[in-house]
Design a protein around this ligand. Structure first.
Ligand code: GLN
Length: 484
């Protein structure tokens, strides 16, 4: 079936005219019609525009143009500004906001000939780990509709897992790509901070946010990153480092690759989760990699550190509210005034309010040193720990999440329990490192993820290691029942 093909296979069929982009788009739109009512993965559907974009892609193909994503449908997380299309960021406050321009990620993917099917559901302002803080209601996990898909990019994850699109964009501030990828059994890549432009991506915590991709394989993620990555003068934190050919070295043998096992990730790990990671390590040693234990002694500080830094940054974004920082231009001063008023609490859900309050508190005169300054110091120690680890190994490996997908409603009344979901993912954000989660098996019928974290700009190493693992296993090919 078309929806089980990988991006490379779809591109080949489009290129030899076995199928058209319009046919492919109709196929996925039909699946969205059928499955989305139960999953709630979308905030906005853009079917009409998709068919038009697909016809444009077909015309480009007919005129001889070829490209790895030309004519391929996708879904954008509703945090990315999309010209002329509602961009809500999962918030009631932006329920009527139609973006006046495309985010760089959107523009690049559009220029590559992708076809946008719609905008995916997400936690409000990307604050959450379960997609339950969305103004548009929770997203259901296709593996079990009583479970969350993870968050904050829950809609993109669920839609990719349910094969409603070959891939989707997401953002990861503390784990929001890797964690939902793990809980829905797909591949999720968070690039190095600065690798992909944040221009037009509504800010949550500017020193941590990074755009990335949900796909069904590392090979597919490589093809998408190729288009997304690169310097953008409109994002001052975007880094001017050459973009390698991610697909080129993906099949390189892993012989001699040095993999670090993070001691802190394995301590207290649930035995069934630990067993899956052990199995993955056996695959890697079978592929010629060498493993050794490494320690990041300050890693246990990462959750408290993050939950000071991220709220501090988002409270400045949301309360100061200058349009540019916030992620979009407001040409009309009246609009800005209106949004400013609403940013003072009205229109926000409980979790966003909690973050603004925490952020304001840790930044306030009497508490700044005790919280914010201390968190900045801890962030530096965590970053240094990773740096020393990468003097010894090429990448580190561990679980993506402590547990599989949990029940909808189970953690909503206990923020600390909710925040602990991110225990394995947040370190990479604090240190600005790239990370990828790949499916590595099941616990009680629910998918689990294996996480690989590498040094800055080592996306090619991660994708190579993830791809080789996927050549040796077929966890990434499992579809949820009913979605095959
Ligand atoms: N769960 C984390 C939070 O709520 C991370 C979210 C994210 O990566 N956007 O802040």
């Amino acid at each position: 079936m078309l929806h089980n093909l990988f991006i490379g296979e779809l591109a080949a069929r489009l290129s030899n005219r076995q199928i058209s982009s319009v046919e492919l788009t109709r196929h996925f739109l039909a699946r969205i019609d059928r499955f989305n009512p139960a999953l709630n993965a979308f905030i906005t559907l853009t079917a009409e525009r998709a068919l038009k974009d697909a016809a444009d892609a077909d015309a480009r193909i007919a005129s001889g143009e070829r490209g790895p994503l030309l004519g391929i449908p996708l879904i954008h997380k509703d945090i990315f500004c999309t010209d002329g299309v509602k961009t809500s960021c999962g918030s009631r406050m932006l329920d009527n906001f139609v973006a006046p321009y495309d985010a760089t990620v959107v523009a690049r993917l559009r220029a590559a000939g992708t076809v946008m099917l719609g905008k995916s559901n997400m936690d409000e302002f990307a604050m959450g780990s379960s997609n339950e803080t969305s103004y548009y209601g929770p997203v259901q996990n296709p593996w079990d509709v009583t479970k969350v898909p993870g968050g904050s990019s829950g809609g993109s994850a669920a839609a990719t897992a349910a094969r409603m699109a070959p891939f989707a964009t997401g953002t990861d501030t503390g784990g929001s790509i890797r964690q939902p990828a793990a809980l829905t059994g797909v591949t999720g890549l968070k690039p190095t901070y600065g690798r992909v432009s944040r221009y037009g991506m509504i800010a949550f915590a500017s020193s941590l946010d990074q755009a990335g991709v949900f796909a069904r394989s590392a090979g597919d993620a490589a093809a998408v990153l190729q288009v997304m990555a690169g310097y953008d003068p409109r994002d001052s934190t975007s880094v001017d480092v050459a973009v390698p050919d991610y697909s080129k070295d993906i099949s390189k043998p892993l012989k001699g690759l040095k993999i670090g096992l993070l001691r802190e990730f394995f301590e207290g790990l649930e035995p069934r989760n630990a067993a899956l990671i052990e199995e993955a390590l056996n695959i890697y040693t079978g592929l010629g990699a060498e493993t050794r234990e490494v320690s990041l002694p300050h890693l246990p500080l990462s959750v408290p550190t993050y939950y000071v830094v991220a709220p501090a940054e988002c409270s400045s974004n949301l309360s100061r509210f200058d349009g540019v920082r916030f992620g979009y231009r407001c040409s009309n001063p009246q609009d800005l005034m209106d949004l400013y008023k609403r940013s003072r609490g009205e229109g926000f859900g409980a979790e966003v309010k909690r973050r603004i309050m925490t952020g304001t508190y840790v930044l306030s005169a009497g508490y700044f040193d005790a919280y914010y300054l201390k968190a900045q110091k801890a962030r530096r120690l965590i970053t240094d720990d990773f740096r020393s680890a990468f003097e010894k190994v090429d990448l580190v490996i561990g679980p993506t999440t402590p547990t599989p997908a949990f029940d909808i409603g189970a953690k909503m009344n206990d923020p600390v329990l909710m925040y602990l979901n991110d225990i394995y993912t947040i370190g990479a954000n604090l240190a600005g490192l790239p990370g990828v989660s790949v499916p590595c098996g099941f616990v009680e019928g629910l998918p689990m993820g294996l996480q690989l974290i590498g040094p800055h700009f080592a996306e090619a190493v991660l994708l190579n290691a993830a791809h080789q693992y996927q050549q040796a296993t077929d966890w990434h090919k499992h579809a949820p029942r009913g979605y095959e």
